[in-house]
Design a protein around this ligand. Structure first.
Ligand code: PLP
Length: 395
């Protein structure tokens, strides 16, 4: 497969599939079989010991799952990829593959809520020190890295205020200390950002979000060098957070439209951000595509698109949000994001529900902040819907 030379829209449709097609089928089959049979005992041994290609047991490998991994791998232009039952499994397994007691991790304060819990609750129990720097304070982060660390963990853009970290700059600092660099690329997707091309070691995705795009399957995936990914694969095959074949199929099918979805969703998000910014009942709008967003310049430099996630706060805070949200007709009020339908929710009930009010304040997340994941609907309908829902606020 010439997956290294094709452009993204072609890769989303074609990459990773050919090897898995059977009986002349044009689509990848869902292989539900847990185990694989061998009449030849020697061949069985060769496959089981990894000397020959093939499958042994579903916790290790599965053809449908591999097709999915291969498509993401092609899009991230990586040497290797492996997958997980959820995005959080991808994150925890990748961290635990490499970290040991006495190690130190440097990351940012506003990673995804679950990731933040790993840093503040679970890693310290293993005597792993974690230092979290205010997102966007690059010189402070460079100072923390220079003190010595084994791993630097980034997420950019972040949830829900869409802050951006300069990947190249931080990776350069990490390289000087010999630290590994992981980037959670869930919000940008491989369509808008390829961290591996910026010298990063490992890219992580919650495939549950944009990759799948239809909010009907959970999954996670990591991409990087063969050497790193093989170690993570080994941790996962033993610890067991494997991706289910049916979920892999749904994610694979969803990914075929990833490129066109991302373009349409971004176009809608940009117009909505401009619209909300000029609305008298809206206090602030966070969208990296807006020229006055605090990290617009970095986003422009390292991303090929600004994505479809935005957030905003209303004048009148939570009381206004309580009036506004139930009136939206064209949005699911739900905890997920990245789907074809527009999805909204207050940060305090979605991404940062695990945090206390004080922690959210410290992260610069207003209590009344609304996260808006823009879908592929007609932009005029979305704007009319926002307009009518805002009309009742404060009246
Ligand atoms: C949702 C999300 C995760 C966790 O993924 P799950 O599939 O829900 O486990 C991790 N990182 C980011 C940025 C996310 O949005």
């Amino acid at each position: 497969m010439k997956d290294m030379t094709c452009r993204n829209a072609t890769k989303t449709v074609w990459s990773g599939e050919k090897e898995y097609l059977v009986h002349g089928a044009s689509q990848v089959p869902v292989v539900h079989s847990v185990a694989y049979t061998y009449d030849d005992i020697d061949q069985w041994y060769e496959v089981a010991t990894g000397k020959q290609k093939g499958h042994i047991y579903g916790r290790n490998t599965n053809p449908t799952v591999q097709a999915f991994e291969d498509k993401v791998r092609a899009l991230e232009r990586a040497e290797a990829a492996t997958s997980f039952s959820t995005g959080m499994a991808a994150i925890s397994n990748s961290l635990l593959t490499f970290l040991k007691p006495g190690d130190r991790v440097v990351s940012i304060k506003d990673t995804y809520g679950g990731t933040n819990k790993i840093f503040t609750e679970f890693l310290p129990k293993l005597q792993i020190e974690v230092d979290l720097v205010e997102t966007g304070n690059h010189s402070k982060m460079e100072d923390e890295i220079a003190k010595g660390c084994q791993l630097v963990y980034l997420e950019t853009p972040t949830n829900p205020t869409v802050k951006i970290t300069d990947i190249k700059r931080i990776t350069k600092a990490a390289r000087q200390m010999g630290a590994l660099v992981f980037v959670d690329n869930t919000f940008a997707t491989p369509i808008n950002q390829n961290p591996l091309m910026m010298d990063v070691d490992l890219v992580i995705h919650s495939a549950t979000k944009f990759l799948g795009g239809h909010a009907d399957a959970l999954g996670g995936v990591v991409c990087g060098s063969k050497n790193l990914v093989e170690q993570i694969y080994h941790y996962r095959e033993i610890n067991g957070a494997s991706l289910d074949p049916m979920a892999a199929y749904l994610l694979l099918r969803g990914m075929k439209t990833l490129d066109i979805r991302m373009k349409k969703q971004e176009e809608n998000a940009h117009q909505i951000a401009e619209f909300l910014k000029s609305h008298r009942k809206v206090e602030t709008v966070f969208y990296p595509g807006l020229k006055d967003h605090f990290h617009h310049d970095i986003a422009k430099k390292q991303m090929s698109g600004f994505g479809s996630m935005l957030s905003f706060s209303l004048k009148g805070e939570m009381a206004a949000v309580r009036q506004f949200l139930p009136n939206l007709q064209l949005a699911h009020r739900a905890a997920n994001l990245g789907a074809v339908e527009t999805t909204v929710g207050p940060a305090r009930t979605t991404s940062h529900v695990e945090n206390t009010k004080e922690e959210r304040q410290e992260l610069g997340i207003p209590e009344g902040l609304v996260r808006y994941s823009t879908g592929i609907e007609d932009i005029n309908d979305l704007m009319e819907d926002l307009e009518q829902a805002l009309r009742v606020v404060g009246e």
